[in-house]
Design a protein around this ligand. Structure first.
Ligand SMILES: Cc1cc2nc3c(=O)[nH]c(=O)nc-3n(C[C@H](O)[C@H](O)[C@H](O)COP(=O)(O)OP(=O)(O)OC[C@H]3O[C@@H](n4cnc5c(N)ncnc54)[C@H](O)[C@@H]3O)c2cc1C
Ligand code: FES
Length: 305
C-alpha cells in the first residue's frame, strides 16, 4: 500500500534529494566530513617576536599527513589537550604535506598553554575549514596584497601559492605594515619573497626605532609609492578590521571593484563548522561562509567590521 506519510505536496523526497534543494545543509554535510581530529607533533617552534611564535606541526599518521589538503585562506581548529580549541589560520604552503605552519600570538587560555608546549608535544587539529582566496580567478592579473600586523599569518598561504604558480600572475606586490619594526615578523623571508617569489615588498612602521631606515606612517601611505591598473588588479587584505575600512575604501576610490577585494574576517568561534552559531553576523556563519569574504559582501553584512 502507498504510504501517505511520504506524499507531502512540494516535498517529493524521492524525486529530488533534500540536500540539492538545501545548499546550506549540503555545505554543512561537506564540512562535517572534514571534521575529524588529526593528532600532530610540534616539530619546531620559531620565536618571531615577544608575542608571536611559528609552530611547525606534523600530522603523526603518515596516511593522514599525505591526505590532509587545504587551500589558501582556510583555517583549522587547534586543540591543546586539556585547555580547549582556538581557530587559527593555516600559514604554510598548501603544497607542503610534511608540515603545517601556524603563526600564533599569545592571546588567552589556549594560546598561552601552547606557548608553554615544548618541541615534541602532541596537539590536535580539526579542519581545514572555511572559504578560500580565489587564487585561480586571479590568474593573469596583478595581485595587490596588504597585510597589517598579524595579518601576515593568513597572507603567507597565498604568498606561497603565488610563489608556486608565479607565471600565472602579473605584478605581485605585498604592502606590510606594523606598529614597530620588531613586529614586522617573518623578516627572515623578505629576501626570499622578493628574489624567489618575484614579489615587490613595501614595508612601513608607525613607531620607528633608532635602527629603522624605512618608511614611517600608516599602511595606506605606502600607496603613494606606486601606481596600478584597477582594471587588472585584485586585492587581498588581511589585518585588524579597522584597517579594512581605510585600505578597501582607498582601493575603491582608485577603481578596484569591491568584489575584487578579499578580506579575512575574524570572529569568536567555537565549533568552526556551522553548529554553535557563535560566529554569526546576521544570518551569516563566518566559519562556513567565511573567513574569506569579498569586500562587497562585508559591506552588506551589518556590523561585520
Ligand atoms: C578564522 C580565524 C583565524 C585566526 N587565525 C589566527 C592566527 O593565525 N593566529 C593567531 O594568533 N590568532 C588567530 N585567530 C585569533 C584566535 O583564534 C584568538 O586569539 C583566540 O581567541 C585565541 O584563543 P585563546 O583561548 O588563547 O584566547 P581567549 O582566551 O579565547 O581570548 C583571549 C582574548 O582575545 C579576544 N578574542 C578572542 N577571539 C577573538 C577574535 N576572533 N577577534 C578578536 N578578539 C578575540 C578575547 O576577547 C580575549 O580578550 C584567528 C581567529 C579566527 C576566527
Ligand atoms: S563557529 Fe560554530 S557556527 Fe561558526
Amino acid at each position: 500500500m502507498h504510504d501517505l506519510r511520504f506524499n507531502i505536496p512540494g516535498q517529493d523526497l524521492n524525486l529530488e534529494p533534500f540536500a540539492l534543494r538545501a545548499p546550506d545543509f549540503q555545505k554543512k554535510c561537506e564540512v562535517m566530513i572534514t571534521d575529524r581530529g588529526y593528532k600532530c607533533r610540534i616539530t619546531n617552534i620559531v620565536p618571531l617576536s615577544g608575542q608571536e611564535r611559528l609552530f611547525l606541526l606534523r600530522i603523526v599518521d603518515p596516511l593522514e599527513r599525505e591526505l590532509f589538503n587545504f587551500r589558501p585562506g582556510q583555517f583549522l581548529m587547534l586543540e591543546v589537550p586539556g585547555y580547549g580549541e582556538a581557530p587559527i589560520s593555516i600559514s604554510s604552503s598548501s603544497s607542503n604535506h610534511e608540515f603545517i605552519e601556524v603563526c600564533i600570538r599569545r592571546a588567552g587560555h589556549v594560546t598561552s598553554a601552547l606557548f608553554e608546549a615544548r618541541q615534541g608535544a602532541i596537539v590536535s587539529i580539526r579542519g581545514p575549514f572555511g572559504t578560500t582566496f580565489p587564487m585561480e580567478q586571479m590568474k593573469g592579473r596583478n595581485v595587490l596584497m596588504v597585510a597589517g600586523g598579524l595579518g601576515i599569518a593568513p597572507m603567507r598561504a597565498p604568498l606561497f601559492w603565488i610563489g608556486n604558480h608565479r607565471d600565472w600572475y602579473k605584478d605581485v606586490r605585498l604592502l606590510y605594515g606594523a606598529r614597530e619594526p620588531s613586529q614586522l615578523i617573518f623578516n627572515y623571508q623578505f629576501e626570499e619573497w622578493q628574489k624567489v617569489g618575484n614579489v615587490t615588498l613595501h614595508t612601513i612602521v608607525e613607531k620607528p626605532d633608532d635602527a629603522w631606515q624605512g618608511r614611517v606612517g600608516m599602511i595606506t601611505e605606502l600607496f603613494d609609492g606606486f601606481t596600478f591598473d584597477p582594471e587588472e588588479t585584485w586585492a587581498i587584505v588581511c589585518g585588524p578590521p579597522v584597517m579594512f575600512k581605510f585600505v578597501c575604501n582607498y582601493l575603491d576610490g582608485k577603481g578596484i571593484p569591491m568584489n575584487r577585494m578579499f578580506v579575512s574576517l575574524e570572529r569568536r568561534m567555537h565549533c568552526g563548522m556551522g553548529k554553535c552559531c557563535r560566529c554569526m553576523v546576521g544570518s551569516t556563519f563566518t566559519c562556513l561562509d567565511g573567513p574569506v569574504f569579498d569586500y562587497w559582501s562585508v559591506m552588506n553584512l551589518k556590523e561585520a567590521i
